[in-house]
Structures are given as C-alpha cells and as structure tokens.
Ligand binder design. Structure first.
Ligand code: F0G
Length: 464
C-alpha cells in the first residue's frame, strides 16, 4: 500500500498565542487545494507539483517575529537550537514536537570574501555556507522538516534518489529518528565521501546502473507500489525547511535585502525554496523589497538555462547531463516550474558555467580559507559572468549560496591540485597559479628548507 501525506493542525504556543494553525497542499499550476497528497506530490487535476501553504503566514506580525526569533537564539530549548525550527511560525508544524527530528541544522555562517571581491571589483560580496550543516550540505535544513513528517506518518522506510548529499542527509535524520532508509544512487557517479556517510548512518544503499534522473524515475514508480516515504525535494516539506535559509540570511543582514542571491541549480528544489522564502518574507513585511534570485548550472547539465532561453520557461528542455560537479549532474530537474516562477518573480536570471570555470572558482573559494564542493563553486563562476554582463553592478551587494562542504569531494580537489583534472593543458592554464600539489621529500631538514625557499621564490614572481 502506498503512503500519503496529510496536512496538519497544530497549536503554536509561542508565536500566535492560543490560535490553531493549519497548512494545506496547493497546486502550483491550477491552485487546487487538498489536505492529502500522494507520494508523488503531484496535483490530481493537472499533474503539476504541490507546495505547502498556510494563510496564517500572511498575517503574522513582522516586528514581533523578528524579536521572537532573535530571543530564541539565547535559549537552550531543543527547537530553538535548530536554525530551522527557530523560524517555526512560518513552517508546517507536526501534531506534537516529540516527532521533530533535529540535528541542530541551519545556524550557518555568512562570510565576506575579500579575495574574490578583489578579483571581481564587487566589494559587498558574501557567502552563506550551507556546507557547515551537520552532514555537510544544505539538505539538512529541508530534511529535518520532511523526516519529521515521515516520523509523524509512522512510516518504517524513507527513501530518496540522490547525487550524494540528499542520501547522506536523509540517512542521518532517519537514523536519528529510528527510521530505515533506502538510498538509490547512480553507480560510479557520486563522491565516495557522500556514499560513505550514508553507509555509516545505516542506509540500505543501492547503486543503480543508471544516472540520477533514472534513479528518481524508479523511485517515483516504487513509492506507488510500496509503503515508502519519499524524501526527494519533490516532497514539499523539504522545501519548507530549505526556505529558512532565506530567513536566516536576512536576519544576519539585519533584514536589509542584498541586491542579488545566487544559487547552484540541479533538481531546482533549493532555488524554489529560497525563492518561496523570499516571497513569503516580502508578503509579511519582513523585508521591504526582493533580492534578484539567480540560478547557475554547469554547461553540461543546463536544462534550466535551455528551458528559459529556448523554451521561454514554458516547457522543460531535458538534457543528457555530464559534469564533474556530480551533485548537479541532473538533466531532468523536477522542480523546474517552481524555479522558473521564482526567478521571474524576483527579476533574477539563469546562467551556465564551464568545467574550467567551476574548478577555478572552487580553488578561489578555497583561497578564502573557506572551501566548498564543486557544485557550490558554480555560484562564484556564474557571478563572475554576471558581473561581466553587467547584470550584477559593482556597487551592488551579492550573496553566494555555498551548498556543500569542501570535504564532500576530495577526489576532485586532489585531481585539481595534482593537475590531473583536465587533459587540455592550454585551456587549463588559468588554473596553474591556484594549484598546490603535495610534494614528496626525503625526511631531512635540508630538503624541507630547500622546498620552502623554492616556494618563497615562486611567491615573489610577478602575477604568481
Ligand atoms: N549543490 C549541492 C552540493 C547539491 O548536492 C545539490 C543537489 C545542489 C547544489 C542542487 O540543488 O537539486 O535543489 O537544485 N543535490 C541533490 C542530491 C540532487 O541528491 O544530493 P537542487
């Protein structure tokens, strides 16, 4: 028997004193409202995706929310320690907080990027590092909410198709909540460090002989036949958690919106979630205007870019995806319509970047002492293109969303520094000065001093 998800009614003791709050599923196409959703989270009338809506989110008192959320940062209550549940007035709530599965997700840093500012001439450039979440990626902010509702539904198994990070996150939250997890990943196409996380958290990991899109198709069919709770970002509870990134970011900026927010695009759940958060904040009066939300993809996985350029955003143009940024190696993004809506609503854009551009940007973010995984680095590579095109002006403020931790893909990093990532030496020449290959030496003081002296000499070379 397949499972279904049910909307909830819950009382919120702190935000809206004494009042009952409820949420519903709303179709993004025809606007139909339902209280029950099947595990494909599609509208039964028009087949488009469902989102979660709650009328009380439009009427809350913005000033009261800002001070309540700030006050919660000083308490040690379990829900307040989570950078997601701290914003629970704007989230679907389970019937009882005992169902909440949390690992203190969110609460991620906002860094300035002085080195990248110098390269691009944009002074007010920041990175919100979602790779500092408990399992090392932004997925945790959505997983805490979706896993909580899986727990409430008393399901035994949760499952996802993944390029790696979703599976690591899902497996962690499932383990924490006493659920079994089933992971479907494309064989040989995801980083070992992500797969190893899922194994450690006790997932049943299946490496399928297909790509991510094939894994997701299979999962969509599987949930129709078996009692499995689906935790991909097609599940709108995921996006509810992920939208808190926007709340936390704006709080960190004292509610002054930046001019631009730039996110990587794969299955396009995250861009949709951040956009939803921004639009809800504007409707509530938490912010006076919208930042432009732009999405960057790898050239080899550019379905959204093509959908907007060739299909005017009206129908999806799928691609056969290929990129070393394996997290976004996705050719048939399920949330494309939600992403198109928020890009258009905020006046943002969509751009694609080359493999060399991604590698260079990743090394530049490393040079800031921060680091990220390749899929996150598309934001810096895309931002540079947008500055060049004057879509981003030099006096504007920009936030890059770094989605995954540097440690997520050590193979990529090692190949980059050893000079093995690209065959074409000429094309990759702009990368040379960013490489720091390890050296093997005899264990003598003389050998180390000589190496230090050589490093000093090459540091002094002009343009080094
Ligand atoms: N960045 C990283 C590090 C990711 O892992 C992903 C997606 C994205 C960006 C793109 O986000 O899909 O919401 O547009 N990873 C998924 C996974 C697909 O299975 O881990 P999106």
């Amino acid at each position: 028997m397949p499972l279904s998800a049910t909307s909830g009614r819950s009382s919120d003791k702190r935000g809206n004193a004494g009042s009952k709050r409820s949420f519903v599923f709303r179709c993004i196409g025809c606007g139909s409202i339902v209280s029950n959703a099947a595990q494909d989270y599609c509208c039964q009338h028009c087949g488009k995706l469902l989102e979660i809506a709650d009328d009380s989110w439009k009427t809350a008192d913005a000033a009261a929310l800002k001070s309540l959320w700030r006050e919660r940062r000083t308490t040690n209550a379990t829900l307040d320690l989570s950078g997601v549940w701290r914003f629970r007035e704007l989230l679907p709530l389970p019937e009882t907080t005992a169902d909440v599965i949390t690992l203190r997700e969110g609460n991620t840093p906002l860094y300035d990027l002085p080195f990248c500012s110098r390269i691009t001439g944009v002074d007010r450039l920041y990175a919100k590092h979602q790779g500092m979440n408990p399992t090392g990626s932004f997925k945790d902010t959505g997983m805490t909410v979706a896993a909580t509702f899986a727990h409430q539904a008393k399901c035994r198994w949760v499952a996802c198709a993944s390029t790696g990070n979703t599976s690591a996150s899902m497996a962690a939250y499932a383990a924490r909540g006493g659920l079994r997890s089933l992971v479907l990943v494309p064989e040989g196409k995801i980083s070992w460090s992500k797969l190893s996380q899922a194994l450690d958290y006790g997932a049943l990991a299946c490496q399928l002989r297909t790509d991510f899109d094939g894994c997701l198709r299979l999962l969509q069919d599987l949930v129709k036949e078996a009692p499995i709770y689906q935790l991909n970002s097609i599940n709108p509870f995921r996006l509810e958690g992920q939208k808190t990134l926007a709340f936390e970011l704006l709080e960190q900026l004292d509610w002054q919106p930046p001019d631009h927010i730039i996110v990587p695009g794969g299955n396009l759940g995250n861009s949709s979630a951040v956009g939803k958060g921004l639009l809800e904040m504007l409707a509530l009066g938490l912010i006076p205007r919208l930042p432009k939300l732009s999405v960057i993809q790898a050239e080899g996985a550019n379905a959204l870019v093509r959908t907007l350029r060739e299909g005017q955003g009206k129908q999806l143009i799928s691609v056969q995806a290929e990129t070393r940024a394996t997290a976004i190696r996705i050719g048939n993004p399920v949330s494309w319509e939600k992403a198109v809506k928020v890009i258009q609503a905020t006046g943002g854009t969509c751009e694609q970047v080359s493999e060399i551009g991604i590698a260079q940007a990743k090394a530049e973010i490393g040079a800031e002492g921060i680091g990220c995984e390749p899929a996150s680095a598309v934001t810096l590579a895309g931002f540079k293109k947008l500055v060049h095109q004057k879509f981003v002006k030099k006096d504007e403020s920009v936030v890059l969303i770094l989605t995954g931790n540097l440690l997520k893909d050590p193979d990529f990093t090692m190949e980059f520094h050893r000079g093995d990532l690209f065959r074409d030496d000429k094309a990759s020449a702009p990368l040379h000065h960013l490489r720091h290959p390890p050296v093997v030496l005899d264990a003598t003081i003389k050998a180390v001093i000589q190496t230090l002296q050589q490093a000093e000499k090459s540091d002094r070379k002009p343009n080094a």
